[in-house]
Design a protein around this ligand. Structure first.
Ligand code: ADP
Ligand code: ASP
Ligand code: MG
Length: 437
């Protein structure tokens, strides 16, 4: 069985949904994971923000605009009056549900329920389209099998067991349609796998069902060697190892959700990144095979805060780093990068929710400096220590960019640098120019 995930742009209009239907109707049995239509989740986030602020008029206006868009798409998607009617009723019921939250109190539970509506609508609309066209298919409700535990980590055994039950309940079908992104949490409430999480759904489903391939269909022909939003003339990479892809996703390559590679890697299931607008393009194959001796790509992760702790007490002392790390651990704040000297340590975080408390606690151990608006730029490839010259070439490429931290040797696959957000575009372009052109 294969798992194919189509992102927001790929199902962003009635026309695109029809193209996806044609593309998947090839006689092979598959699970198809869909995102919400592009722009929908952003609109739902905006609606929720208005409701938090108790701006009911603002929320109602956004809801009406979105509902109109869906009514138009429904009218274009279906050919028969019967299905147009079914589609309109479907959309109406979801929007009635969204509107019901404009009346009462609004909390994080209601927000999560609203955010789930995009994927619930796109999958039901798509399933009706397949039905209208006589394509053998079934709808698998992700809320019946996709679950995170109390640490917000996917509950792999629950997912595998319940996915199997959900598939069996539908019997033998050619195409199973399911929602990306949405799940239940440890308390059984509606939750999600964070923005961009449909990729994660696909790889969790692939791993749970031991798929022989996971395909991520999007609006570009695979992983490019730099971020195409900031650099011109980037090129698609034909092959990446799981480790390289995981580093790129984690360090900002938006084409993949940050943690989506891990389940596929653990189950050793190849992942193919493909372009819905250009289905014949080879895209990128992610597998356990590691190409030797090359720099593969550059990515950048925004919204980073750097914290430096300087202390005379670190000199020749053991236990200092443990105390520092324990502070971050107590606030459940992951550290991305770390560099040390004999008198201090610098770390970066991307979650600054508890920054003030963390800094207060760190001050017990020395002086603390904080730099906001930082970016981690990361070069990924086969960069093992006995391969000479990579660090030199990379640093030479960015010699005119001020660098706050450098990290090399943490893995065999990346060199990371921390720079000011203002220098990001320049650094990405210099790296492309000097490393790949
Ligand atoms: P989807 O809605 O299909 O999930 P996304 O917008 O999440 O699609 O991801 C695809 C986008 O990722 C591309 O349109 C591209 O702008 C962006 N992107 C950022 N870095 C890269 C990269 N290194 N390679 C390819 N695409 C990238
Ligand atoms: N619809 C969700 C989002 O926009 C999930 C996804 O598209 O992957 O974040
Ligand atoms: Mg995405």
């Amino acid at each position: 069985m294969r798992v194919l995930k189509f992102g927001g742009t790929s199902v962003g209009s009635a026309e695109r949904m029809k193209e996806v239907a044609a593309l998947i109707n090839d006689g092979h049995q598959k699970i198809v994971v869909l995102s919400a239509m592009s722009g929908t989740t952003n609109s739902l986030v905006e609606i929720a923000d208005n409701l938090y602020k108790q701006d009911k008029d603002g929320a109602n206006e956004l809801i009406s605009t979105l509902e109109k868009k869906y009514e138009e798409e429904v009218n274009t998607l279906y050919a028969s009056d019967e299905f147009k009617q079914k589609g309109l009723e479907l959309v109406r019921s979801h929007f009635e549900f969204i509107k019901s939250f404009t009346i009462d109190m609004f909390t994080v539970f209601e927000e999560k329920a609203i955010l789930a509506q995009g994927e619930l609508m796109s999958t039901a609309m798509f399933y009706f389209y397949l039905q209208e066209n006589g394509i053998d298919s079934a709808l698998l409700p992700a809320l019946d099998y996709m679950r995170i535990d109390k640490n917000n980590e996917p509950d792999a055994s629950y997912i595998a067991e319940n996915l199997k039950i959900a598939l069996e309940a539908q019997g033998d079908k050619g195409i199973y349609i399911t929602q990306g992104y949405i799940c239940r949490n440890a308390f059984g409430e509606i939750d999600n796998l964070q923005r961009g999480g449909s990729d994660y759904s696909a790889s969790l489903i692939g791993a749970a069902g031991m798929a022989d391939e996971i395909q991520i269909w999007t609006d570009i022909d695979g992983m490019h060697n730099n971020d195409p939003r900031y650099v011109e003339n980037t090129k698609s990479i034909s092959e990446l190892s799981f480790d390289e892809a995981a580093e790129l996703a984690y360090f900002g390559a938006k084409i993949l959700h940050p943690t989506s590679v891990l389940p596929a890697k653990l189950a050793n299931i190849p992942v193919r990144l493909l372009n819905t607008m250009e289905p014949k393009a080879p895209g990128t194959l992610i597998s356990s095979h590691q190409q030797k001796g090359r720099m593969a790509a550059v990515a950048a992760k925004d919204g980073i805060t750097a914290i430096k702790i300087k202390s005379g007490r670190m000199l020749l002392a053991y236990g200092f780093l443990r105390k520092v790390f324990e502070i971050f651990e107590s606030y459940k704040t992951p550290i991305d990068m770390i560099t040390t000297s004999e008198v201090g340590v610098s770390v970066t975080i991307d979650d600054d929710k508890n920054l003030m408390e963390i800094v207060d606690d760190l001050k017990k151990y020395g002086t603390v400096d904080v730099d906001h608006d930082q970016v981690i730029v990361c070069v990924v490839g086969d960069l093992v220590a006995d391969a000479k010259g990579y660090a030199h070439r990379i640093l030479d490429a960015v010699k005119d960019v001020p660098i706050r931290m450098i990290s090399y040797g943490g893995s065999n696959y990346n060199i990371s640098m921390l720079i000011n957000a203002n220098d990001k575009k320049k650094a990405l372009n210099l790296l492309s120019e000097k490393l790949f052109n």
